[in-house]
Design a binder for this molecule. Structure first.
Ligand code: GTR
Length: 328
């Protein structure tokens, strides 16, 4: 009895390895990543690539191209949908125009803190988002951290909404951010991430908004020396796979890729927390003036019309918004 059980489990083990090592088709996946070497997301994407190769005995290879060399984020999202790219680390900000439900996380101040965002994304709301994304051809396998975003600029610290007045600020490609800056009296310019450094340097824009690790790794801190913490956006990111590529995998390959994505997200979240501190120290040492805005409530109050408009135009998302707000 004992022997036959051992034999059974050895057989199951051997079958699993055989299944993983024999995909329906050998495939070479290409992945999009906007960040440079050493950034937490890059390290996590590289570990995902390695794990996928190892788990499939090299039949499925997943090569990630870093630094945004495969193009700007909105284009990359379209390419993943079309199956021209196989996987990516996307921010849900530029996902909004394609998957309207994900616009909910682009409502300024929707999350109080990162812990609440985790609880939301790891629960039913996260599941609703991934279902909506899958319908648009994007399979979200795990959620990465992206900290919280605040404004930085070349002119002066921002303490009150009045300090935003007249500033030309770069935003990601989503009309909600244009509205957000307009509500504070600034002028928003949607622009590709890769163009921001030069635009800050030449004065085409006065500022932008991002988390500390991106402000650091993009070198924006070298040219825009005032970083003012208001934490207006806490946007989750995904490790996503093209549905076209995903559907070609066997069930056991999908399980292996899913596990690699969950492991990559755990690694990313660990590295993220450390990187936030390291980047803050680095930019301060480089002469950046970091300040907290005086009254976050004043910024939040200015966002009320955005919520009213969004809720009027998207009554179908009311319940989800309330679910998020009720999550601790
Ligand atoms: C970063 C994010 C990128 C990209 C970038 C941007 O924080 O990780 O995916 O969205 O911001 O501002 O374009």
């Amino acid at each position: 009895m004992k022997l036959s059980l051992q034999f059974r489990s050895a057989l199951v083990g051997a079958l699993t390895v055989a299944a993983l090592a024999s995909p329906a088709l050998a495939a070479k996946w290409r992945g999009w990543n906007i960040h440079p070497e050493g950034y937490p997301n890059t390290t996590a994407m590289e570990s995902f690539s390695k794990a996928v190769g190892a788990a499939t005995g090299g039949k499925l290879t997943a090569q990630v191209y870093n630094g945004g060399v495969l193009g700007a984020q909105p284009d990359a999202i379209e390419q993943v949908r079309a199956g021209a790219l196989d996987f990516a680390n996307f921010n849900l900000g530029p996902m909004g125009p394609i998957v309207p439900m994900t616009n909910i996380v682009s409502l300024p101040f929707i999350f109080n803190d990162v812990t609440q965002m985790h609880h939301v994304m790891d629960g039913p709301v996260g599941k609703a988002f991934s279902d909506a994304m899958a319908q648009k051809g994007i399979v979200a396998l795990s959620w990465f951290d992206s900290g919280s975003r605040s404004f930085y600029n070349t002119k002066h610290p921002i303490y009150t909404p009045a300090d935003v007045k007249g500033l030309k600020l770069r935003v990601m490609d989503n009309n909600l951010y244009v509205q957000m800056v307009a509500q504070l009296g600034g002028n928003a310019t949607p622009m590709a991430y890769g163009e921001v450094y030069q635009s800050l340097k030449t004065g085409v824009i006065d500022g932008a908004e991002n988390n500390f690790p991106s402000y650091d790794s993009s070198n924006h801190y070298e040219v825009a020396k005032y970083y003012s913490i208001d934490n207006h956006l806490i946007i989750p990111e995904c490790l996503c796979v093209s549905k076209k590529s995903w559907d070609k995998l066997t069930a056991s390959e999908q399980a292996a890729v899913q596990k690699a994505a969950i492991d990559a997200a755990k690694l990313q979240r660990d590295l993220w927390a450390k990187q936030e501190e390291a980047s803050l120290k680095k930019v301060e040492a480089a002469g950046v003036k970091v300040n907290h805005v005086k009254d976050v409530a004043a910024f939040q109050a200015d966002m009320k019309p955005i919520y009213a408009k969004f809720e009027k135009e998207n009554p179908q998302f009311k319940a989800l918004i309330e679910q998020i707000q009720a999550t601790k």
